[in-house]
Design a protein around this ligand. Sequence first.
Ligand code: NAD
Length: 502
Amino acid sequence: MDAAKEFARLSGTLFVDGGVRPSTAAARRAVIDPATGLKIGEIADCTPDEVEEVVARANDAQRAWWAESALHRAELLHEVARAMRRLRPDLAELLTRETGKPYKESADEVDWCVTATDYYAELGRHSVGQVLGPTVAGQLHYTLKEPMGVVVVILPSNFPLLLFVWEAAAALAAGNAVIVKPSEFASLTTLKFMEAFADLPRGLVQCVTGGGDVGRRLVEHRNTHMVGFTGSVPTGQAIARSCAETFKPHLIEVSGNDPFIVMPSAPLEVAARAVTFAAFMNCGQVCTSAERIYVHTDVYDEFARLVVAEVAKLRIGNGLDRVDLGPMGSAAERDRFERVLARAVEQGATVAYGGGRPEGFDDGFFFQPTVLTDVTPDMDVLHGEVYGPLAPLCRVSSFDEAVALANASPYGLGATVYTTDLVESHRAAHEIQSGMVWVNAPILDNDAGPFGGRKMSGTGRQLGAEGLDTFRHTKLVMVDPAANPQDFWWFPYSDDEAYPAR
Ligand code: NAD
């Protein structure tokens, strides 16, 4: 594949009814390679007419899809997984060029898409309801799981393929059609990704590009039936408010500000490597990045020394080279991150490593992996999502204090604890208010286990059996095969059951 030609082919297109097609929109946005600062393509702000057409095609395709057997849907979803595997090298290269993440992380992302698709291919045909113990002898009481209809998936740029698949594979397995509105910063790779769905009926999976207005139009459309949103809190709130008008079901996965607790019993060298990975993977642009690192005072100084030594080993550069850390996703994001860091220093934090733009990388949106010490619980840096290459180390005097600080946050996505103390690990699992708790196993996911947040991190779950039900209605069905009179509660009421005083 020639990446430049591929970006040119996909520029200004949408994926509708089984193929890419140039958008008629005049409005275009430049796509910039974050590692070079160079323009690599452009995306269209798809028009209202194009949105109408995509929604109409999706509704037609969904009816036909749901009329198929569950086995046939499973077989085709396995074909989709195989196509993803075939496209892996091309997708990984485009993803790195468009978002900046190291090639290994891009290739991993495609692999995780494959396993999630295979998982949902089978789960979707496993069960479509449940037979209940009847409340009336001789009757059949059961539930049916039915698709929502057309699911709109609106995404950020940090894991554009994986976050799409976590929702789309479940939604498709549940019998829905899917329309994706990718991030403005990852649309070209998403358009390429549409090739993986070629074996599905035309119109079942489609992609429209553009900004918030295009997303809003899809969310508000009377013929879309559910919204899966991943992104920032203000956009998630706007979408939830809009959905409330018609009680349109919605899944909201938004920001995190995850704690990472290090206790004296932890193997410190391992914990230092762990926090380096959890804070700097994808340049810290992960919703479950380690962002508030609470370290017990007995090991704080030693741990800080080990973390600095680990971070110093990270190789920074273009994600297509042999590096561990690429650039941030955009110039605006780097500017925002620099303001967060400057405020932390102004409030008294010490830069123990990094702290500036690396030399020799002037064209891209690079920033050094940065370690802060002397961070105290009151500092702003611990009270909002950082979403950049930062590891702020805050000293705590006890496990109780660490858990209290972990919970003193409006967010509740994930949390990591490093300890080999059985009581502490058990308490962390029970006491931390978050969707995921990782004990010595930071930021792992499992297709078979639910992913999602509490509090301001969102509502609902992706992945696992819960992530399938997210995209299904449950219908109760009650049948009396003999059509018997239901005299145990029908008219006329017997005198024996009237108010006794009359
Ligand atoms: P964002 O909210 O700015 O944009 C996300 C998407 O919403 C984009 O596609 C955008 O075009 C669209 N959008 C914007 N306004 C809209 C509107 N009014 N109606 C419909 N769509 C609209 O988010 P971002 O900056 O791209 O993403 C970063 C955020 O995503 C971070 O906060 C990160 O933590 C979060 N995130 C969360 C998870 C999770 O699973 N909880 C995963 C990854 C990223």
